[in-house]
Design a protein around this ligand. Sequence first.
Ligand code: N01
Length: 542
Amino acid sequence: MQDTEIQSGRSNSDYDVLIVGAGVGGLYALHKLRGLGYRVHVVEAGDDVGGTWYWNRYPGCRCDVDSLEYSYSFNDDLQQEWHWPERYGTQGEILKYVNHVADRFDLRRDIEFKTRVTSAHYDSASSLWTLKTDADKTLTAPFCIMATGNLSTPRTPDYAGIETFKGKWYHTGLWPHEGVDFSGQRVGIIGTGSSGVQSIPHIAEAAKHLHVFQRTANFSLPARNGPLDPDIERQHKSEYPERRRAAYDTPFGIAGYPPPTHSALEVSEEDRNRIYEEKWTAGGSISYLYAFNDLLTNVAANDTASEFVRNKIRAMVKDPKTAELLCPNDHPIGTKRLILDTHYYETYNRDNVTLVDVRTDPIDQITETGLRTAEGDFELDAIVFATGFDAMTGAMKEIDIRADGGPSIGDKWQDGPRSYLGLMVAGFPNMFMITGPQSPGVKSQMILSCEQHVDWIASCLNNMRETGRNRIAAELVAEDDWVEHNNEVADSTLYPLANSWYVGANIPGKPRVFMPYVGGVTAYKAKCDEVVANGYEGFVIE
Ligand code: N01
């Protein structure tokens, strides 16, 4: 028997903890729990680490949170020594960083790559989770952590004729590792969310002609990316511990933005526009949404911020008809993920770019030579689907997860996800989620939220180990209360007004439920800490 088995007191299982996914959350969970003496094993579908940053390799892909923030805080040497070349990390730079973390902490030896978990079943009699993989392997452990990601199940619309297309097609979330050379090609891109908006300027540079098929216009702000100023880097690093702590006292888990104190409707139009202009010039989405304290709660206030951006679009795009089509008018700014771009709107001034409105003239089918709308055929050599993901629930629902032969997680969530704190689901003992639905995850600095969840789970497991208990389950009533609270908080904001992936609107047939917790990181962390202080209130530990 190994030392760790003696410590954990378990020898009837392959491992103490099984983790599904080797993205930023899964990797930190492995590092943290292994350091506490648990026997940990990670199963990952990709052939290397990185999760989102492993799969999304489309041209122009980069983070929309400043690099100095979007990084691990758990090791001070790591955060001091790593140098970010630009204000916002490119996909390649972030993947390099994640690989560095995997090497530095020797994580790969406990990760099984190129393996997909197909089922996860809990058996109360043996107190074990049994995971089956697509390699026909069986793995057991008393605890299981789903680090499966929120935007990890790419979705392509169900168009007839895709199999007849003679050109090549790609999804931004499953981009070929070797890259794609579009030079001389007629390219069509479907989708104008973050992935579309980031890739369009790059594809336009390479392609002979680019048709952008837009169903809904989105708000995008200039990122103002550039080389990271050495003085800013030095200063930020000298303040890292305080900044990391301060991040937990903010709604989005990002420090350095003083909270707004005024309503947008309290100031004169001139002052308001001056403030928006300053934020627009500085770049970044938090800065803009923090211009006033009611932009996400008051339609009239929000409209001033929305109209400011619409006017910027009108000024940047030369053709007035194209400009008007690019102006979002179906949702308040910030209620869909606010995009950061580099030269997105200016791209429509190029001669080789055409915007097509597929809201009024929807795509009918893919043909051998391109795609067809009621208005006519578009001849294309390549099609890019920037059509998003089955967000927040897709990855877990693809695994047959159940306890004691009961309903699967897919059955439990058929009317929308239900969880207690986004950490556990009632009826699924000893299974934790990292940044699950009804936690702030996607509405926060994701790495901070992953670290907060992993630290909470680790301390919970330690508590159980120290007190000789081996089973934890969320109480149904606590889950119901949390879901209700989640909905109340969302309903007090403007978020539900948008047809976003936050409510599953991008997936036909998906129940409309607001999935992330938007009460802010501060309130959420305080609740998680309070639950622990009250003896894991809302959980049954046996
Ligand atoms: O996906 P999306 P994404 N016909 O769902 C359109 C994160 N992310 O991959 O709005 C025509 O936002 C759809 O139209 P509509 C970030 O959190 C971050 O771009 O449903 N169009 C929409 O325009 C982001 O929010 C970063 O009407 C169809 C687009 O496809 C999230 O990932 C970068 C269609 C999908 O947009 C998802 O972003 C990239 C159809 N049948 C992603 N079906 C950064 O950090 C869908 N669409 C910067």
